[in-house]
Write a protein of this length. Sequence first.
Lengths: 267, 278
Amino acid sequence: MAQRRTAWTRLTTPFANIPASTATTLALAIWVIVIGGWALLSYGRVVPNMFLPTPGTVLETTYRMSLDGSLFYHTLTSAKVVLLGFVVSSLIAVPLGLWMGTYRAVQAPLEPLVNFIRYLPVTSFVPLFILWIGIGIEQRIAVIFFGTFFQQLVMISDCARSVSRDLVNASYTLGTKRSEAVWHVIFPAALPSILDTLRVTMGWAWTYLVVAELVAASSGLGYISLKAMRGFQVDVIFMAIAAIGLLGLITDTAFRIIRARVAPWAP
Amino acid sequence: MTESIKANNLAGTAAASSDPRLAGTTMAIEDVTLRYGEANGVLALDDVSLKVARNEFCVIVGPSGCGKSSLLYLAAGLNDATSGSIRVDGREVIEPGPDRGMVFQSYTLFPWLTVRANIEYGPKRKGLPAEQRKQIVDQYLNEVGLAPFADHYPAQLSGGMKQRVAIARALANDPAVLLMDEPFGALDSQTRGTMQKLLLRVWERQQKTVLFVTHDIDEALVLGDRVLVMTARPGKIKAEIKVDISRPRSMDVILEPDFIALKRRILGLLHDEIDEDH
């Protein structure tokens, strides 16, 4: 009679599954630790409240700013900037990336250029964008676009390139024409990894939000953080950060759901 | 097979097959040479010629690396020969086409399509009406015994089932010739036996021209009307062996004296090659 594995063995076995209840407990535990540590440091006055607000103060501020509608207003502005920048970027990057990964003739000229731009810091372009586009919402959208597009292009081109050659060959022997292969084979085959790429780059788009709102913004979560810094309102900064994180979590979950719906066949 | 598809295909090919030598021949490979890279590159195929008769089950057997798969890719039009010509129903092969169906060694089902949609892919490209497509798909689903799995995705199938769908998918296009590149090479030996039996049953019923490539001598002799023995470096057809074993064949055929004699001959041919090499 073989001995049953203990719970500890299972937890420490590479790639082994753990019960859903254990996973949930562990997921909750990390939040308890993070918020508990924060509470300990702030309520215990280990760090002065001027620099680290207590969870209570942050909740109070959130409640106050929710009541007067300002939290919703700033969140909406930020979400609009991020989503618009991301959608415009994705709408161009997906088809162009597919072409780039499929046709060497598209890849050869684009790749060196894209890899050059990809490594340029987005912040260094902000002055240029202000000169070119002005200080409206378009300038902020341009920052998000610039931060996301070139990364997306390279990653999506890789998605297309890693589609199995035999899959394309098989489609030819079934009557697919060369011009149809991108749409009928390479796109559907790469779709799950393209959606993963979009999910990951969506996260990057959020990280550029504060950079986008650094200059000349009059609303948005990044904007209120910057304003709060000048007034030493650390609680507002914390709230804004938490809001950005939460929005990121929501969009991430949305993408997971979309992927499961659109590509139920992919693991 | 529905009559109208058959008629369509014949209409498309009859005019082209003007060469009387090719009467009764589905596929003619003539003096095909394949060299990788420049003029002094590796010679993968050296002056290979062969003909496959209509409805014949022709098998090429040879060690790995002898160029047998390369030859099949050339026949499919997936690669270009350095010199020589390949004709199917009198028409020169210059690119891949649905008249040459292929089953690959690796699993090449479209993972985003269900079993049904995979089989339907070719007829859909052809522009057949939905009603006719359904009829064809149902026929081949039954033929390979996978009707209960019609709405499964490939990821939910075993290796043997995937290759059964791949065979059904290729046949649903009603190709002039079915090219098979070690289709059962990745399967365990029991599944391979089952698949061979299934393929023979389907082939006997459907009357298809098949060019099958394998390194497994038993497989070659169980399946083929004729076995071509291929040797490596450069790839050449060394011998042609007619398999005069009556059909339908059962899997027990491998125990019969005729079979064993043929197997011994092929083993001898392949061993000569290895001895020359070392």
